[in-house]
Design a protein around this ligand. Structure first.
Ligand code: PMP
Length: 416
């Protein structure tokens, strides 16, 4: 039986065909065909996104919101249409709940500074998990220092799953914020966010979800998830860098003061007093990344065209195949075996430093990420300095997994 036949049904997506949507995948790296397994760090861009950005700059560009001339009207229209598309994509009730930000990092900092900082008091608690990306740890640490609140950490087991009883024990009357990732970038763990959010909200906490590694891989509905805020990055979901979204419940956004002042976020300004615009403009001071927003809208359209259920089924089947193949390599150690996995798998190889492994794979055209993945507490949990991580996009297929495994075997032999 061929390897390809061993993997579960591909749910209608044909990665060989989708690969043709991504011009960069036509290039060679070190005279080898590029095998791109680093979408968790940043995804490559399909032609419809590249075309939308080029079309925007070629035909429609001007600044948004401030002009009456035709180009400004067209740019504004494209910008706001992207917002509406994004809102529908994540199940927001209204486009007004979607604030354009630079990315997940900025979205989480916005919540920490504009929602939490004025509200937290000494003794209040912010609960994060052991598997958070630094961008869902550091902003909370900072706001705790600023307010006297305390940072608590929900631990995980060696499989990379949160410990339910410990989580439960950490939720209490002083829990004001639960900040949790939906999918771990370092381990691929899918957290049962809806369940945990319900528990936290019942205790009166606000639930902030890091959706950076979820939105590209599965259907997301912020309302059924029970989140209060949800942040994600365009560049991990086939859109340009420098653009992302913070979704927030409208009543929460309306209750918040802006965290940056400037143009576009005001209703009126005098030297005595400034009245702020309603959300989302209140949180979008200055000229936004208009082309990025246009690209993000095109990326959402691209994903909708594939169907998020199909994307999820395709990637889950591929991950399952990848895990099985990696397990069959003597000397390879999977880091984490979460009950539910999305997007990525981390591993180490006996006797090979992850950085050497990454460099070896690169020489064969296989792009994986090595390092701590901005999740140093995860590395500490496993008492390792770094892992190699393969992560997937819609264009990856079993042949990419085969190339990865071939190169890993080569590295193990080379460094033996
Ligand atoms: N959270 C997670 C889970 C991530 O994977 C990343 C990016 N690696 C971030 C947050 C930060 O995203 P960005 O750098 O786009 O702001």
């Amino acid at each position: 039986m061929s390897r390809k036949a061993e993997i579960p049904a591909q749910a209608g997506l044909d990665p060989a065909e989708l690969r043709r949507d991504f011009p960069i995948l036509e290039r060679q790296v070190h005279d080898r065909p590029l095998v791109y397994l680093d979408s968790a760090a940043s995804s490559q861009k399909p032609r419809p996104v590249l075309d939308a950005v080029q079309r925007y700059y070629t035909h429609h560009h001007s600044n948004v919101h401030r002009g009456v001339h035709e180009l400004s009207v067209e740019a504004t229209d494209l910008y706001e249409r992207s917002r509406e598309r994004v809102a529908a994509f994540i199940g927001a009730e209204s486009a007004r709940e979607c604030v354009f930000v630079r990315g997940t990092t900025e979205g989480l900092n916005l919540v920490a500074q504009a929602w939490a900082r004025p509200r937290l008091e000494p003794g209040d608690e912010v609960l994060v998990t052991e598997m958070e990306h630094h961008s869902n740890i550091v902003p909370w640490q900072q706001v705790c220092r600023q307010t006297g609140a305390e940072l608590r950490v929900a631990p995980m087991d060696d499989a990379g799953d949160l410990l339910a009883d410990e989580f439960e024990a950490l939720i209490g009357p002083r829990t004001r914020v639960l900040a949790i990732t939906q999918v771990s970038n370092a381990l691929g763990t899918v957290n049962p966010v809806a369940e945990l959010a319900q528990r936290a909200r019942a205790a009166g906490a606000v639930v902030v979800v890091d959706g950076a590694q979820a939105v590209p891989h599965r259907p997301v509905d912020v309302r059924t998830l029970g989140a209060d805020f949800y942040a994600f990055s365009g560049h991990k979901m086939y859109a340009p860098t420098g653009i992302g979204v913070l979704w927030g419940r409208l009543e929460l956004l309306e209750s918040m003061d802006p965290w940056e002042g400037g143009g576009s976020m005001i209703r009126s300004v005098t030297f005595e007093e400034t009245l702020f615009a309603p959300p989302p403009a209140r949180f979008e001071a200055g000229t936004p990344h208009i082309a990025g927003c246009v690209g993000l809208g095109a990326a959402v359209e691209y994903l909708e065209g594939l169907g998020m259920d199909a994307v999820r089924a395709h990637e889950e089947a591929l991950l399952e195949y990848c895990v099985k193949e990696l397990q069959a390599i003597p000397g390879l150690n999977l880091i984490g075996r979460p009950a539910q996995r999305a997007g990525a798998v981390s591993f180490t190889a006996d006797g090979v430093h992850p950085h050497d492994l990454g460099t070896f794979l690169d020489r064969e055209g296989v792009a994986v990420r090595v390092g701590h993945h901005c999740a140093q507490p995860v590395m500490k949990h496993y008492d390792i300095p770094a892992t190699a991580r393969a992560s997937f996009g819609v264009h990856n297929g079993p042949d990419d997994v085969d190339a990865l495994c071939r190169s890993i075997r080569g590295a193990l032999e080379f460094f033996a």
